[in-house]
Design a protein around this ligand. Structure first.
Ligand SMILES: O=P(O)(O)OC[C@H]1O[C@H](O[C@H]2O[C@H](CO)[C@@H](O)[C@H](O)[C@H]2O)[C@H](O)[C@@H](O)[C@@H]1O
Ligand SMILES: O=c1ccn([C@@H]2O[C@H](COP(=O)(O)OP(=O)(O)O)[C@@H](O)[C@H]2O)c(=O)[nH]1
Length: 455
């Protein structure tokens, strides 16, 4: 079997707890097969970028590289998270395009390529992840790398007319033609990419699975919806009940139902709209008032980027407003926590919650939706309220599907979920859980790698 080399900006080194679905998912995928995981160390250093650290845990060799302040600012905070992230999440209004950060992005990708190329063998399988590293395969090819290279995009791929609005879009997106396989979260993302190729990308569609670049190179494209380690999460959630933090949360609820939201503090997650919807629920459903507490876990993410700082201030205001208006001396309706909660603990929180609130404005997949379902008690499962605009909605039709922009609709879905009879909860949950057991993170990895090997 070929050696697997995974490359991503974010690397989950054991013992370092990081929120973010990519790190959680790749850890689970590499854990089964083993291989090399290469990426940024997450450290911002003085002096030059490029120091390399290596460590081995189980079957995985972690190789990470330090970046200096200018590189982190241009590549990560700048072009990745102020240009590409909003663009790919359909937020042209938030796109900040700057040639200097674009060059920084290219510079860091070239540094990754310089460091990685000499370590690669001809029969390796290289799997590159996400928008931080779009040009990496082209840069590796320039350095003589000939092995199979695949790309997986964890975020949505927006409409062609949005993509082409970015200055010099073709210069960046045409580097995708250096890959052998391009994987997307959903068939919609795949379709939109193929439309872009045809209209603005200088390529053509060959058939349902192949596109062709202007130079005749053929690239396979397909959807591979990411998943979770379902049995592991189910076991973790069932075992978490013994932890004292779980008991404390349970006691603090005083028999009230719990609704939970778990999201990085990111504008794509629709948190202001969700808070407003919870406030609207309290107004529209006075008969339920006092029976439900909403806990929102929202660890700070990308805190050096302006838009994220602004969001944090905004949410503090809305949370204060809702509690000021609806709280009673013995009840706080909305609990808002900015701390990162360890994954194993989180699964216990999910299981305790009658309602899982997952209402992003756009999301590549959203693993929290899947984890929430996997963590439920089969005898008394909770209800998932899920945004139609998350990739997960295409697979989880038995959730209560909502449009996150429809504040009244989300408010009413909360009331429906809170009152849903056990038989209906079980029926919906069983259908979603059966799918999650069949198509888990290992099936995702195997499906992608088989496609890459045969591309
Ligand atoms: O690495 P960060 O900047 O701290 O951000 C965390 C991750 O956020 C994004 O996650 C995406 O991947 C998930 C798994 O496929 C998916 O479920 C979710 O919808 C996406 O938002 C980002 O794409 C990752 O690169 C980040 O590591
Ligand atoms: O305090 C937290 C918040 C989130 N997560 C994990 O971070 C991931 C979030 O992934 P998702 O796909 O939902 O969104 P992303 O953050 O990747 O956009 C999930 O595995 C969560 O369990 C966590 O471990 N602790």
């Amino acid at each position: 079997m070929s050696r697997l080399v995974v490359v991503s900006n974010r690397v989950a080194i054991p013992g370092e707890s990081l929120p973010g679905g990519l790190a959680v998912a790749l850890q689970a995928a590499l854990g089964e097969r083993g291989g090399v995981w290469f990426g940024w160390s997450g450290k911002t250093v003085r002096g030059d970028s490029g120091d390399v650290h290596e460590q081995q845990h189980g079957g995985i060799r972690y190789v990470t590289i330090d970046l200096n302040r200018a590189d982190v600012d241009d590549y990560y905070n700048g072009f990745s998270n102020r240009t590409l992230w909003p663009l790919l999440h359909f937020r042209l209004d938030l796109v900040d395009y700057d040639r200097a950060t674009r060059e920084g992005y290219r510079r860091v990708n070239a540094l990754f390529a310089d460091t990685l190329a000499p370590q690669l063998r001809e029969d390796d399988i290289v799997w590159i992840h996400d928008y931080h590293l779009i040009p990496l395969a082209a840069l590796l090819r320039e350095r003589g790398v000939t092995c199979r290279i695949g790309f997986f995009l964890h975020v949505p791929l927006p409409s062609a007319d949005l993509l082409m609005a970015m200055p010099d879009h073709a210069r960046l997106f045409s580097t995708l033609y250096a890959y052998d396989l391009l994987g997307f979260q959903t068939s919609r993302d795949n379709d939109r990419f193929r439309t872009y190729v045809r209209l603005y990308g200088g390529g053509r569609i060959v058939d349902d699975s192949l596109i062709e670049a202007a130079d005749g190179r053929r690239i396979r494209t397909a959807a591979f919806p990411i998943s979770i380690d379902t049995p592991h999460i189910a076991r973790q959630a069932a075992a978490a009940g013994g932890k004292s933090a779980l008991r404390n949360l349970h006691n603090s609820l005083e028999r009230r139902m719990l609704a939970i939201g778990v999201d990085r503090l990111d504008y794509s997650k629709g948190l202001p709209e969700r808070f407003q919807a919870f406030g609207r629920y309290l107004e529209r459903h006075p008969e339920q008032k006092g029976s439900l507490t909403y806990l929102q876990i929202a660890p700070v993410s990308r805190g050096e980027v302006n838009e994220y700082q602004h969001l944090r201030n905004q949410l503090e205001q809305i949370a204060g407003h809702i509690n000021g208006r609806h709280a009673a001396p013995d009840w706080t309706p909305l609990r808002y926590v900015n701390r990162n909660i360890p994954h194993a603990m989180l699964t216990g929180y999910y299981r305790m919650a009658r309602i899982g609130l997952v209402t992003p404005l756009r999301d590549g997949m959203n693993l929290v939706a899947k984890e929430y379902v996997a963590a439920q008690d089969p005898g008394d499962p909770g209800v998932l309220i899920l945004s139609l605009l998350a990739g997960a909605a295409l697979e989880m039709k038995e959730a209560l599907l909502v449009n996150p922009h429809d504040v009244d609709g989300v408010a009413d879905a909360i009331a429906t979920a809170a009152a849903m009879p056990l038989a209906e909860r079980k029926e919906r949950w069983q259908a979603m859980m059966a799918r999650l057991l069949e198509y888990d993170i290992h099936a995702w990895r195997r499906g992608y790698l088989q496609a890459l090997e045969s591309a």
